[in-house]
Design a protein around this ligand. Structure first.
Ligand SMILES: CC(C)(COP(=O)(O)OP(=O)(O)OC[C@H]1O[C@@H](n2cnc3c(N)ncnc32)[C@H](O)[C@@H]1OP(=O)(O)O)[C@@H](O)C(=O)NCCC(=O)NCCS
Length: 392
């Protein structure tokens, strides 16, 4: 009977709970693989749309396939007018990730076929959501700033169109290219918290909107996608390079967390940070002020050293550390950094929902259902005796 006893592993660290063909994170070697390709080799070479094709359809597209995918995405970008009207009723200070999560649920209300359970239907919803995420985020930013949402521009690719819908200005090729690479680098990352959340909901045979909405909720947390916003807030709080030492000393002395450092899987630098750091430098130089990049570099050095001295172990930067200044230099409001993460990660979530429901690489559970250790110690070893209200 011993083998039926649940094994406790807090946080599921180091436990493989399913097989996947979508991606792999090799934490020891610092490798991120999308369907067989190193993400760092794809960065700057293939567009976000090509990465979407790769994640959803298991191969890089040829020119016709890419053209068809782009056509489908462009055709699905616009939001139903009722959805825009509903967003306009929300309090202007609502958190953008909460708005996005609500909008995903509302998008299901506008899809009469949301409940159809087939691989084809899930792929159709995937394209619908990948296309609409940028429109929702940009529309919300404009609505909360008392501006009219802009119609998507069908002449622009996914990345450039988002920046256009946000600012009303078509970005130049360098900015659009950098943003496109950011989307590619954030598109997928195996069984992280939000992907697991999306897959867990998908495993119940809930529809793709419900599964993705769970992913958005999970990504919003400070220890997950919410970290990129917190990194920028931290840099703004530190303010200047000469304040870095004191800041790090104080955080480590009080048991606090330095945002953008550490990872549950990587035991070396996050490979995405190596692409984002030079991007941040270039954008700083373009802006004529590398202050935030310089501050980040110094903070990384000081924090790594202090961590080694205090905890006798290494710590490394994660994807959020340099993406924060990349977005900041692009003039994007800090509280949109995490929604931008979601604009990219919807590609991975969608691929995982499809794999979970229709293309599982065995072994795969029918339904996720972990155990827990009950430690409720209310009435000693026995169950409590019910006491009616008037005798309590
Ligand atoms: C991501 C994170 C939650 C992983 O946590 P984890 O799995 O517990 O990481 P580790 O097992 O490597 O941590 C071991 C120790 O380092 C500490 N640590 C980890 N990241 C730290 C950080 N950024 N700042 C300070 N201390 C940190 C932990 O508190 C723990 O300390 P302890 O041994 O004294 O209890 C954690 O690194 C973190 O909170 N990072 C900051 C938030 C962030 O950037 N999140 C985005 C992740 S992509």
């Amino acid at each position: 009977m011993d083998e039926l006893k649940p094994i406790q592993n807090t946080g599921l660290r180091g436990v493989s709970i399913a097989s996947t063909k979508i991606s792999d994170v090799d934490g020891a070697k610092g490798k991120l693989i999308y369907r067989g390709y190193l993400a760092k080799d794809l960065a700057g070479q293939v567009s976000f749309e090509e990465a979407v094709y790769l994640l959803l359809y298991e191969k890089l597209p040829d020119a016709d396939e890419l053209g068809e995918l782009k056509k489908q995405l462009i055709s699905q970008r616009a939001l139903p007018s009722e959805l825009i009207a509903a967003l306009a009723t929300r309090p202007k200070d609502a958190l953008p990730m909460d708005i996005l999560q609500a909008a995903v649920a509302m998008a299901a209300h506008h899809d009469p076929n949301a409940k159809i359970h087939s691989r084809e239907a899930a792929s159709r919803i995937a394209i619908n959501l990948i296309a609409k995420f940028p429109t929702i985020v940009a529309a919300w930013d404009r609505i909360r700033n008392n501006k009219e949402p802009l119609e998507p521009n069908p002449d622009l690719d996914h990345a450039a169109n988002f920046l256009y819908m946000l600012n009303g200005v078509i970005p130049d090729d360098e900015i659009a290219g950098f943003f496109d690479t950011c989307l590619l680098l954030h598109a997928e990352h195996s069984f992280n918290a939000s992907t697991f959340a999306a897959r867990e909901v998908a495993s119940t045979k809930a529809h793709t909107y419900a599964s993705v909405a769970a992913g958005v909720g999970s990504l919003s947390g400070a220890l997950h996608g919410g970290a990129n916003t917190r990194v920028m807030e931290m840099l703004l709080k530190i303010g200047s390079v000469d304040k870095v030492e004191d800041y790090v000393k104080n955080i480590l002395a009080t048991g606090g967390v330095i945002m953008g450092l550490g990872h549950a899987v990587y035991q070396t630098d996050d490979p995405r940070a190596h692409i984002l750091a030079p991007m941040s430098k270039t954008l700083g130089e373009r802006a004529g002020d590398t202050k935030w990049y310089d501050l980040s570099v110094h903070l990384e050095e000081v924090a790594k050293q202090a961590f080694k001295e205090k905890k006798e172990r290494e710590i490394y930067v994660n994807v959020d550390f340099y993406s924060a200044t990349v977005y900041y230099y692009m003039g994007i409001p800090t509280d949109l950094f995490t929604p931008i993460f979601a604009i990219a990660r919807i590609a991975g979530w969608a691929a995982h929902v499809i794999e979970e429901q229709f293309a599982g690489a065995a072994p795969k559970p029918a339904l996720y259902r972990p155990e827990s250790d009950y430690v409720g110690d209310y009435c000693g070893p026995d169950e409590c005796v019910y006491v009616p209200m008037d005798e309590r």
